[in-house]
Design a protein around this ligand. Structure first.
Ligand code: ATP
Ligand code: MG
Length: 407
């Protein structure tokens, strides 16, 4: 990745104040009137404000909106990205922005670097970027919170993901290290691994399978269901067995023996409590997802039935872990926020049912058996859904932060 210390675009401090003013104004105005921008920016003299507005609109950080009653501006994705990145940079969490490694339906995943050179992952939530328009008209919560709901909902998703990742990490789960959250973004440690989806051969499918089932049960013991526990959201780290250190493997089998596969779980905005009304459905779906995938990909079917939600409940009662669902609620991600986010995610199809994924070969064992190399190659993170990159994403690539950028 590139370590770009030079900012390719600078905002003057006036531009920055005006951008922050548009953000502040959009908390209670869908379209922020120009006089309010001027007032909130704290700048004296209209010409400076107007110049800044025109700079920001030219670079698509804000957008002009002609309202029935008045003209004004709203914050664009690019503007929110800029503000979040700027905050991460000020807090010395991010030094520079590198390559985009993933484009999901609901997020952009970008490699960033700390000033030490250590690579990290910036996840930018873009909830509803695909079907926002169809949602906008028919939902109450949007009418009440009309002020750029994508902004609010994406921030909720980032807050929720960060809170869960932190609670899981602190309780010994194999998840990335959460580093920071700002607005609709989180920064976490980079896991040097591929998603299970891209792993073509597993030396011992039975061992990995039971490790994953144990993970589902262990989550339940701590009061949680992942809700999107699938081959895209499980990264597989390959670790050398320490006892085999220094010995070069002579055969593929020997190489397998020296390798330990460590699953790392990611992607938490859809997590639910075991007390959720549909908990059993989510739990069963997570279990089924792994069963189906192991059968299709590795031709592995376990002799042991389940686990069922009843098994998980039993375990929870007999040997309860800390209730992380309760802990997260207490940490500031309230039940009300959870409900709002859930309703919105359902509307935009972001509830972890895998819809819209490039996964048409779901039940087609023939195709998997032939092990099409091409299909695997097409599924690299770089290529995944790359047709979906929208303007905000492209713009972000051009946005490098540096010590010398605005404030
Ligand atoms: N911490 C990380 N380290 C390395 N790679 C990561 C990390 N987080 C995410 N990724 C990569 O980005 C991809 C998407 O991340 P994630 O599942 O969190 O986002 P998403 O919104 O669910 O996207 P999608 O809709 O594609 O599932 C992952 O499959 C993985 O390849
Ligand atoms: Mg995912």
């Amino acid at each position: 990745m590139k370590l770009d210390a030079k900012a390719i675009r600078y905002l003057t401090s006036e531009d920055f104040k005006v951008l922050a003013a548009v953000e502040a104004g959009s908390r209670n105005h869908e379209v922020v009137p120009t006089p309010l921008i001027s007032q909130l920016s704290g700048l004296r003299g209209g010409s400076g404000v107007n110049r800044a507005i025109s700079n920001l609109a030219k670079t698509n950080l804000i957008a002009k909106v002609k309202n029935a009653k008045y003209d004004g501006y709203r914050l664009a994705y690019g503007g929110l990205d800029y503000l979040a990145l700027n905050a991460h940079q000020k807090q010395k969490v991010v030094y520079s922005v590198g390559n985009q490694v993933g484009v999901g339906k609901e997020s952009d995943i970008i490699v960033v670097a700390h000033s030490s050179g250590a690579q990290r992952i910036l996840k930018i939530h873009r909830l509803g970027r695909i079907s926002f328009r169809t949602v906008k008209t028919n939902r109450d919560y949007l009418r009440h919170r009309h002020t750029g709901s994508w902004m609010y909902m994406s921030r909720l998703a980032a807050m929720k993901e960060f809170a869960f990742m932190k609670a899981l990490r602190e309780n010994g789960f194999s998840v990335p290290e959460p580093i920071a959250q700002n607005r609709h973004t989180i920064v976490m440690s980079l896991i040097d691994a591929f998603p299970l989806r891209q792993i073509s051969r597993v030396p011992e499918p039975a061992a990995l399978y039971s490790e994953l089932m144990d993970m589902i049960l262990e989550l339940a013991r701590f009061g949680l269901i992942h809700g999107d526990f699938n081959e895209f959201n499980i990264l597989i780290k390959e670790e050398q067995d320490p006892s085999a250190k220094g010995k070069a493997p002579a055969t593929e089998e020997e190489e397998d023996e020296n390798l330990r596969l460590v699953p790392v779980l990611i992607d938490f905005p859809q997590m639910v409590s075991v007390d959720h009304a549909n908990a059993e459905m989510y739990f069963d779906r997570d279990v089924e997802c792994i069963k189906r995938y192991f059968k299709r990909k590795f031709h592995f079917v376990s002799d042991i039935p389940g686990p069922s939600f009843a098994d998980a409940r039993k375990k929870l009662l007999k040997n309860p872990g800390k209730r992380l669902d309760v802990e997260v609620e207490a940490s500031g991600f309230s039940r009300k926020m959870a409900r709002e986010l859930e309703a919105y995610m359902k509307d935009v199809g972001a509830t972890g049912d895998g819809e819209g994924r490039d996964d048409e070969d779901e039940d087609d064992e023939e195709e998997e058996e032939s092990g099409s190399e091409e299909e695997e190659a097409d599924d690299t993170p770089e290529n995944k859904d790359s047709g979906d990159i929208d303007d905000s994403t492209k713009r972000l690539e051009e946005l490098r932060v540096s010590e010398s950028s605005a404030q």
